[in-house]
Design a protein around this ligand. Sequence first.
Ligand SMILES: Nc1nc2c(ncn2[C@@H]2O[C@H](COP(=O)(O)OP(=O)(O)OP(=O)(O)O)[C@@H](O)[C@H]2O)c(=O)[nH]1
Ligand SMILES: [Mg+2]
Length: 453
Amino acid sequence: MSSSATSSADTNVSTIVAPATTLGRGAIAIARLSGPEALRIALKTLRRETLTPRYAHLLYLYDANNEPIDRAIVVYFNAPKSYTGEDIVEFQTHGGEAAINALMETLTAYGAVLARSGEFSLRAVKNGKMALDEAEAAAAYAAARAAKAANLLAKHLRGDLARFTEDLRSRLVRLIAYAETAIDYAEEDLGDTKAAMRDQLDDLERTLREAVAASLKRKSLLRGFEIAIIGKPNAGKSSLLNALLGESRSIVSDQPGTTRDLVGEELRIGEHIVRVLDTAGLREGGNEIETIGIEYAKRAAEKADFIVALFDGSQPFDKNDEAVLEFIRDKEALAAINKRDLEQKIDLSRFDGFERLFISAKNDVAPLLNYLRSTLDRQIGGEETTLVSERQIALVSSAAASAAQAREHLEGGELELFSYRVQEAIGFVGAITRPADYGETLDAMFSEFCLGK
Ligand SMILES: Nc1nc2c(ncn2[C@@H]2O[C@H](COP(=O)(O)OP(=O)(O)OP(=O)(O)O)[C@@H](O)[C@H]2O)c(=O)[nH]1
Ligand SMILES: [Mg+2]
């Protein structure tokens, strides 16, 4: 390691490289090189002696045969003032895959190794540049698309989740302190203390459960929201999809059983990006292909975040409608009564207890769009803390369960067991930002990240 600039070189740590942008057509592509050898390797590619830290250089890149690859913006972030806390050199090449691939080949020829998914963020966490919950927010950014999701994740970057867990922790610690004093007193002197502890515990459990519930609802915001349209044949499902899209995507005909496959398309409703699925009409006794289609339809509807069940208002309510209505009972769903432009024959009393709406897939779907928009808005509203990974949701659920058990022990006067359960809850809450088996958790977690993160 002759270069004096890489004085902090630690030969145990590899220097990693990966594209940081999705490969494909685009104006620019970015590759990131991080590790003790980053500067040395970059200088070889650039045929230069030095790089000024945090300065955007416009330079030619050369491959190992001294052939030019591209002219690129090159920025050197010297350790520890970088994303990973190591020396990083970032290359902004022309977009498309040619330049970035040639660059990757050259950098690896000079000693860099290809990064595993999430390895940059893993290094950032290990080097104390980023808290675990921040890294999870960063990973969620890569998948999220709705603008509102960005607002929500930015709060995590700002440390809102860390504050939330710190608050929970101090409330739990206070409960243990209570319990320890209480152990020294006789049961009859404990009336007030016990009542106060019970209130505290109830409060805590509520906070935990609300965080989980709100996060599950907002999950769709981070990963995309899916709506399935179901209903008997000829209810107008395909017409509805087309009307929502404003184009003819799915075949419409007056023959019942037209749609057999799932037809999915993305659209924007207000600020939300939503995938809408048109499905095969649900009925008894169709042919084999239709029956398979009906199975698909049901499975898709089970999986969807929301179901729009469509009914033909111009026809009497029949057995097939009955089955559709039963299917959506207790699900997140809406009964939309279609063909309001025709004379209505459907028995509306059948819809008692269901959320319902009148539309015409032919000429008026505005009521449905408004309904969906406000439903989606409601899901993301609210001030509860949002947990952004399965890991966080599992930990907070476990903490809520421990709190519930602690409460039972409190009622039974078993203070040691009570303390034990509260300790357990503290463990779960603490693990959100600082897992006990740190190394293992990190490796498992970051392997789910995307490359170059
Ligand atoms: N008048 C009127 N006709 C409609 C309306 N919506 C759909 N239709 C008609 O109803 C018939 C069936 O429409 P589709 O959209 O194919 O119905 P579907 O539910 O997809 O039917 P399958 O694919 O067979 O399950 C077509 O002739 C449509 O033109 C509406 O709001 N008003
Ligand atoms: Mg159809």
